[in-house]
Design a protein around this ligand. Structure first.
Ligand code: ADE
Length: 258
């Protein structure tokens, strides 16, 4: 899978050669191109921004350097991703959809964002996604793009080892789609007076799976009632329902109620 990133701060992307992503790149599973938008600026000062039409604070990125850059970097099969706090939410599901693409191009805005005509124009050329990584405002799209690339890359076949299944992850499509994972433990069995739950050392795979599911439901109810409220009845088994009924969900809409 090929990633191209266009930014006025290409140095933000050195972490792409570290850790999991660096290894996947060395193994030929992923490749990255990082481009400086100013290479496509046409004036002596390599200007990429200007004051907003209609007035107001801040600066807006001019369309011409973006047009030159994207004409050079996009391919017919590429999808264009523009990180912005006003985008549709970037979720595990969206990460999975983007992991199916062969070429992703990320356009990092700074200041008040990119002139909207850029997204309007390229929408008739390739698929364009304006995406937000959360309800807060960053100084620019670079960090959001690092977040998205890491989430997408680990879903590309071969990037994770077989042992690291993604189907049990929080938010994984299927039975974990609207759940977060419960607590995890490793050795030693007792630490500072705290013991590992006995079921995990029982060797009973069925009971361990059930315990993990219960803990995921419990933790989601406590920390993410917004997710639980949207759980589909069809995705709950008899044990799930019993567990949810035993929790105090008074504060939240009851997903098991008719
Ligand atoms: N750029 C600034 N804030 C952002 C956010 N929350 N998500 C994506 N891109 C952004």
């Amino acid at each position: 899978m090929r990633f191209d990133i266009i930014s006025i701060f290409p140095e933000y992307f050195t972490p792409l050669s570290a850790s999991l992503l660096g290894k996947a790149r060395d193994r030929g599973l992923l490749s990255f191109g990082v481009h400086d938008l100013r290479d496509w600026a046409y004036d002596r000062h390599r200007t990429v921004d200007d004051t907003p039409y209609g007035g107001g604070p801040g600066m807006v990125m001019r369309p011409e350097p973006w047009g030159q850059a994207l004409d050079d970097v996009l391919t017919p099969q590429a999808r264009l991703v523009v990180p912005t706090p006003s985008g549709r939410p970037f979720t595990q599901k969206v990460a999975g959809e983007l992991a199916d693409a062969s070429h992703l191009v990320f356009a990092c805005g700074r200041y008040e964002g990119i002139d909207s005509r850029v997204m309007a124009h390229y929408s008739s050329v390739v698929e364009v996604d304006e995406l937000s990584i959360g309800d807060y405002v960053l100084a620019g799209g670079e960090v959001a793009v690092l977040v998205m690339i890491e989430a997408i890359s680990r879903l590309v076949p071969g990037v994770l080892g077989n042992a690291e299944s993604v189907s049990d992850d929080s938010f994984a499509p299927g039975r974990m789609e609207r759940l977060v994972e419960g607590p995890v433990y490793t050795k030693p069995p007792a630490w500072r007076g705290l013991e590992v739950p006995a079921v995990l050392t029982s060797g009973h795979h069925g009971r361990i799976a059930r315990w993990r599911r219960d803990e995921a439901l419990r933790r989601t109810a406590e920390r993410r009632p917004d997710l639980l409220a949207g759980l589909d009845r069809a995705d709950l088994d008899k044990h799930d329902r019993r567990l949810l009924e035993s929790l105090d969900l008074a504060e939240h809409p009851d997903p098991v109620a008719d």
